[in-house]
Design a protein around this ligand. Structure first.
Ligand code: 5GP
Ligand code: MN
Length: 329
């Protein structure tokens, strides 16, 4: 039996489910969570969405999404629930103890090629543009009608994970899915306005500081910027305000790899930096670099958290990117 059949069978059979996703959720994480919740409700299931309390408030662009029903604590009957992980490549990205208990029955639905297959049943499709694309096909196979709320949640996931249909994961299937969601009743312009307009001014102030801090390492084709705690303070910005900055690095000529290095702001994470990597084409696999430093991701978009000091971190990135650009031998 294929993994797909197994997942379909599990979803048909389960009565009570608990849905979750990775920490610092992005559009695919949140859209997939909402879409799956609604799909299961239409199937008559008892579905609960879980996200830890410290993940709220969500980044500004996602606050309009209907998360009124999300819970921040395990429900009393959690042991009887099938746990569904969406868009989560490995369990390190979900630092919540009750979900990591041995014996938890986990359905792992994801599109990261480096997914560690931590589930009891795993459906990992690296060809899917986003996790929501997998859910879209599962819903159709389960005979669930794609209602407007489901379509809107799926569309948020699709448009954000493909970088507005510009990244390399933008396949014909992704465009077909978009077209069908629009036919269902998604108003693209309204969704785009929520996601990409009306953002806090602090974002622009933080971007200004990031642009002022750019360094180019021409030997390795790296365009990198750094944001310190002082930059965040001066911009009166939150960590979520750094979203999208790395794409400005990526748009510069002769860039093979774009990087944003930012200091984490939580007191208990002092000294740690979050690194976002983007490859502009297929020459460099940034997920390999991220995995070597404890993170992961996709070939062209990956990330990790490190306590390496800045000079060592930059040296490491230059060496690894350089090595991939000019294969030995
Ligand atoms: P971002 O740079 O936007 O935070 O993340 C880009 C992609 O890299 C994410 O979609 C995710 O796949 C991956 N990623 C980012 N941070 C981590 C991390 O700490 N661990 C893992 N495994 N993947 C990450
Ligand atoms: Mn995703």
């Amino acid at each position: 039996v294929s993994e797909r059949e197994q997942i379909l069978e599990e979803l048909r059979a389960a009565d009570k489910l608990l849905l979750t996703t990775h920490e610092n959720p992005d559009g695919d994480a949140l859209g997939s969570l909402l879409a799956m919740h609604e799909i299961l409700r239409l199937m008559g299931k008892d579905s609960v969405m879980f996200m830890a309390a410290n993940q709220f408030p969500l980044p500004h662009e996602y606050r309009y999404l209907p998360f009124e029903e999300v819970v921040h604590d395990p429900p009393g009957d959690v042991d009887q629930r099938t746990v569904v992980f969406l868009d989560c490549g490995n369990l390190d990205r979900m630092p919540v103890d009750f979900l990591r208990k041995a014996g938890t029955h986990i359905l792992n639905i994801d599109h990261h090629h480096d997914n560690t297959r931590f589930g009891t049943v795993n459906l990992v499709d690296p060809e899917a543009s986003c996790t929501a694309e997998i859910l879209y096909s599962l819903a159709q196979e389960l005979g669930v009608e794609i209602t407007v709320p489901i379509a809107e949640a799926l569309y948020v996931a699709l448009v954000t994970d493909t970088g507005k249909f510009m990244f390399e994961n933008t396949t014909p299937a992704a465009h077909r899915m978009a077209a069908e969601l629009l036919e269902t009743g998604v108003e693209a312009q309204r969704v785009h306005r929520h996601l990409y307009e009306g953002l806090p001014f602090s974002r622009l102030r933080l971007l200004a500081r990031a642009l002022a801090n750019v360094t180019r390492y021409e030997d390795a084709g790296i365009t990198l910027t750094h944001l310190s705690q002082e930059d965040f303070a001066a911009a009166e910005a939150t960590e979520a305000d750094s979203e999208g900055i790395v794409d400005h690095m990526r748009s510069v000529e002769d860039t093979a790899v774009a990087a944003l290095v930012r200091e984490l702001l939580e007191p208990e994470k002092a000294g740690q930096r979050k690194v976002s990597l983007r490859a502009t084409d297929g020459r460099v696999d940034v997920s390999r670099i991220a995995r070597g430093l404890g993170g992961g991701g996709h070939r062209q978009a990956a990330g990790f958290t490190t306590d390496l000091p800045m000079p060592e971190l930059v040296e490491r990135l230059r060496a690894e990117v350089g090595e991939q650009l000019v294969p030995a031998g």
